[in-house]
Write a protein that binds this ligand. Structure first.
Ligand SMILES: Nc1ncnc2c1ncn2[C@@H]1O[C@H](COP(=O)(O)OP(=O)(O)OP(=O)(O)O)[C@@H](O)[C@H]1O
Ligand SMILES: [Mg+2]
Length: 274
């Protein structure tokens, strides 16, 4: 794990998945995810998006084929190495999976506490990130008292707070309005700029079309890759990332207020806490 420097963070080779004795819901899925890349994952409801993400975050094992993650074949990975591997993966679950007995703050702080970060640093990072996602007035609230969109943002904050090597987000903007969806996409882009590989499953085609990243597509369990206008070569990727950071900074200056929920101002420099 440590010192991992593979060009590809994940590889699928002829992967098939069935639940129990049912039909294959993923068939012959083959792809490589370049380290530092950004992909959307699209497909109709039931096409297999969540299933593919579950394979990537090691919640399921494939029925056939080979999956390697961080350069390791997961079929031969010793069980005791799994937790360390999983800690490198940030997941935004389609159904949030927040801990209901913990406050918003403590839900988001969890990955940092597991990683042994000092409380003083946790307090600062978590508060800044929650402010950025528009939840600074809800830090003490427990998830059941929050709206769906607010819970979704807690779940996103928890997934990104420890700067995972790979972020897998399942419909992360399904419960928020268009402005907040763009804002969250900007958060993912910043995280990507800082080196995290990103896969976002979404039905929101205006986000997908607007941002121009490559698209992983599932049609009834069959996989295809559609090149976007972004990250095709490392040089181009770096240039485009620099440009997108500049554009984002300019957009931040042009857009001083956001009237979504309580996200009425955007603190500068989210890379400070990401
Ligand atoms: N736990 C399960 N047991 C049996 N079948 C399942 C299970 N989870 C998913 N499936 C089946 O696998 C297929 C793919 O489901 P999956 O949840 O991956 O789709 P999806 O693309 O994420 O859909 P959505 O856009 O609605 O979230 C569907 O036919 C679904 O019924
Ligand atoms: Mg799904």
């Amino acid at each position: 794990m440590q010192g991992f420097s593979e060009a590809h963070i994940a590889r699928f080779e002829n992967v098939g998945l069935r639940y129990g004795l049912g039909p294959e819901v993923l068939q012959d899925v083959t792809f490589s995810l370049a380290t530092g890349s950004f992909h959307f994952l699209v497909g109709e409801s039931g096409a297999g998006k969540s299933s593919l993400l579950k394979l990537l975050y090691l919640a399921l094992k494939p029925s056939r084929g080979i999956i390697s993650l961080f350069g390791r074949d997961i079929a031969t990975l010793p069980r005791h190495e799994l937790p360390a591997l999983r800690r490198q993966i940030g997941v935004v679950f389609q159904e949030f999976r927040l801990l209901e007995h913990l406050s918003t703050f403590d839900n988001v702080a969890l990955p940092l506490r597991v990683a042994g970060v000092k409380e003083v640093d946790i307090n600062r990072h978590v508060a800044e990130l929650l402010e950025w996602v528009g939840l600074k007035d809800h830090m003490k609230a427990r998830p059941p008292t929050l709206s769906g969109g607010q819970q979704q943002r807690v779940s996103i904050a928890r997934a990104v707070i420890a700067r995972p090597k790979i972020l897998l987000a399942d419909e992360p903007t399904g419960n928020v309005d268009d402005r907040m969806a763009l804002r969250l996409m900007h958060l993912f882009e910043e995280l990507n700029r800082l080196g995290t590989t990103i896969v976002i499953a979404t039905h929101n085609m205006s986000l997908v079309d607007g941002l121009g990243y490559p698209i992983m597509r599932l049609d009834d369990g069959h996989f295809s890759l559609i090149e976007g206008s972004g990250n095709r070569s490392p040089t181009r990727e770096r240039r485009e990332l620099r440009e997108s950071a500049r554009t984002a900074a300019a957009a931040r200056r042009r857009r001083p207020t956001l009237d979504t929920d309580d996200a009425d101002s955007e603190p500068p420099g989210i890379e400070n806490f990401l």
